[in-house]
Design a protein around this ligand. Sequence first.
Ligand code: SF4
Length: 491
Amino acid sequence: MCGITGIYSHKPVAAELYDSIIHLQHRGQDAAGIMTYDDRMHKEKGMGLAKEVFNEINMELLTGSIGISHNRYPTHGGFSHGEVQPFWTSVPYGIALAHNGNLTNYQDLAEEITNKDSRYLNTNSDSEVLLHYFADLLHTNNPPEDSEEFFYLLCNAVTKIFKHVKGAYSVVSLVIGKGLVVFRDPQGIRPLVKGERPNGNGGKDYIFASENTMFYALGYEPKGTVLPGELIYVDETGNVFNKRLIKKSFNPCIFEYVYFARPDATLNDVSVYRSRLRMGQNLAEAWKNKYPNKIPDIVIPAPSTANTSALSFAHELGVRYSEGLYKNTFIGRTFIMPGQAERKKSVKYKLVPQETEIRDKKVMIMDDSIVRGNTSREIVRMLKDFGAREVYFAVACPPIKSPCFYGVDMPTKNELIAGNMTEDEIQEYLNVDAILYQKIDDLVEAVTRKGDHHIDTPCMACLDGNYVANDIDEAKINEIETMRVNDRNGK
Ligand code: SF4
């Protein structure tokens, strides 16, 4: 998972890109980067949080009113400085690109680019491959002069990308002397929203981002979603060209609603907050049906993503919602940190149980999802240490059984608890008195119940094993899992 932003503005853009990275920090804390251009490309990037990467001195170097930014959360490639996006190339034009997603035919594309096109790849990043593939498709002996001709060239290039590049990809790109280019894979697996604001001179500024979380702060009005298979080009004078180049079914990631997106975001024209409330409602109904005699005294969310669904869950059950686990927000999200050892170490530092809310009570803990199971198990142990009489566990997401190959860090099947255990075994492993996972149909209903959206079927490959881009078989699973393990081990 990553966060991307592209802005076309009438004024210097660097500060707004920095703010965008801050507002998308939850989508990636591993690294951050900004590229802008005026008469030249300017880039600053580094490892860590935005506030660790950028300062007054390097921000001043980022001149220009068109730019892109990236929050990194690695799902492909290693963890080095060289992997930090945006990437750029000087042939043709000068093109920079930032990408959220995961290319499933990375290996084939990398071979094509290096062997056939004689391009050099400096990293294992699929974004670098996508940049060079895009750049090659824009190479022509008669470079177009005007914006309409350039858009025509872009349409041909991105159509070829849509046909040959498999997996999930939302992209923001700069082409020096030409403007800002944005496109989203034909099934719209990863999110990409858009907004605009008046520039005070009769024209408009435009923003494209993984979430609309920064729109209000920066004065942009949300204008919905970039459509799956859509290309948008904003030229240097603010003319906008767009075309939906290819139409397939719209399959956005359902896990964005469960866990990843910030609750105030609206993705694919569905409010994340509202969808989480509905997840809690649906799960409470199911709990009452399955366990009519196991009604808790109190519902405690595993903070913070589960807060919203726990609120409606408690309401539907008619019991008290309690913030019985205090979260130290300065530790970071454990799911996002590379390496199992760090995850294990951080749970106790991150969460502190409040004894007055727990002792002698039947406690329902609600979490958004269970990926590896370590955090959930430690939470249950904490509650028992602090005197809970019984502990129940409700999960807003159905069991995660398969790895994600479309840009979320669920690396290998072996690491997924529900990929290897039945629900009864998980109940025993967590040491809880009752457990209930959301049903897949109830989750889909919660996400799609309301809103003027055009979702056909959300991607749920990690839940039902149906990889929506039709690009994954056993051999591919082995290939990608091996690559991930090697990346992680620095091979
Ligand atoms: Fe999202 Fe799961 Fe699909 Fe990955 S496999 S894109 S996490 S729904």
